[in-house]
Design a binder for this molecule. Structure first.
Ligand code: FES
Length: 98
C-alpha cells in the first residue's frame, strides 16, 4: 500500500500496489471521466503525475500511442486507466471534472 494524493481536492487514500490509478480515484469518491472503461481508447482519463512519477511502472505502447493523440500532453501525462500504482507515494492532478 502507498499513499495516493489527488489534486486539486487534496484527498489522500491508501492504494494497493498494482491497482490502476483510475480504480483508486473512483474508489476514493473523486470523479474522473473514463468513457472507454479503461481500454486506452478514449483518452478521457488523462491526468498529470505531480510527484512520484519515477516510482510508477513505465508507459506501455498502448498508452503511449493514445497520449500521442491528445492535446495538452506533457512529460507528466499518464492515462489513469493504464497506470498501475507502485510502492511509493504519488500525487496526481485531475484535469477534468464531471
Ligand atoms: S478510460 Fe479511456 S483511455 Fe482511460
Amino acid at each position: 500500500m502507498a499513499l495516493l494524493t489527488i489534486q486539486p481536492s487534496g484527498k489522500a487514500v491508501e492504494v494497493a500496489a498494482g491497482a490502476t490509478l483510475l480504480s483508486a480515484i473512483l474508489a476514493s469518491g473523486e470523479s474522473i471521466r473514463h468513457k472507454c472503461e479503461g481500454k486506452a481508447e478514449c483518452g478521457s482519463c488523462h491526468i498529470f503525475i505531480q510527484e512520484g512519477r519515477k516510482t510508477l511502472p513505465r508507459i506501455q505502447k498502448l498508452e503511449n500511442e493514445k497520449l500521442d493523440t491528445l492535446v495538452g500532453v506533457s512529460s507528466k501525462s499518464r492515462l489513469a486507466c493504464q497506470t498501475l500504482m507502485g510502492e511509493e507515494p504519488v500525487t496526481i492532478e485531475l484535469l477534468s471534472f464531471v
